[in-house]
Design a protein around this ligand. Sequence first.
Ligand code: GTP
Ligand code: MG
Length: 202
Amino acid sequence: MDATFITSAFKEDQYPAPDMPEIAFAGRSNVGKSSLINVLLNRKNLARTSSTPGRTQSINYFCLDQSLYFVDLPGYGFARVPVKVKESWQGMVETYLRTRGSSTLKAVVLILDIRRELSSGDLDLLRWLHYYAIVPIPVLTKADKLSRQKARTSAVQIGKKLSDFTQDAPILFSSKTRQGKESIWKKIRELTSTGPVSAGPK
Ligand code: GTP
Ligand code: MG
């Protein structure tokens, strides 16, 4: 599969033309959005990752096989960012969701830390997605940090809290073990029907 970085957008007029389906990746700061994108694409650091929260500060577009865009969104909820930056995040993401709309934006992969409760930012995002009729794909990441049993229990608990927004059970994922990669691809393919036939070697 061919994956290339296209652009970093801060404003609407910097988005590429909406000529291909898009899947966006959202979640709180440092949850592992960029790492997840890299695992899906079998690339080490195409979407730049960092142990410091707030690494991704713009809307980053990647193009896959000339048929699909992956969109890495900036993370929310990092306590130490100035109010101005928080507002600009909110503005950037809401403008993106509103202007892209469900005909182009086929789904937003909502990435949650399997060890944490839903945050107010997660709930705000879920409400926006609901309002704009955009499908959420909930993914619980960092599953490697819990035992299998604890991971399952946590998935059930978080799944219940998501039930107002989606009936889909959250997908357990880890960028360390790559657990869940195929399930996420399967969901993306269902929703875009243009995605790559194979996600490539494991
Ligand atoms: P921002 O762009 O800053 O919002 O962060 P992000 O959500 O893109 O997170 P990123 O992918 O940069 O990962 C943040 C940190 O979490 C890095 O140190 C990663 O190595 C680590 N990390 C990401 N996914 C996992 C995972 O599944 N398991 C473990 N153990 N660590 C992970
Ligand atoms: Mg990032």
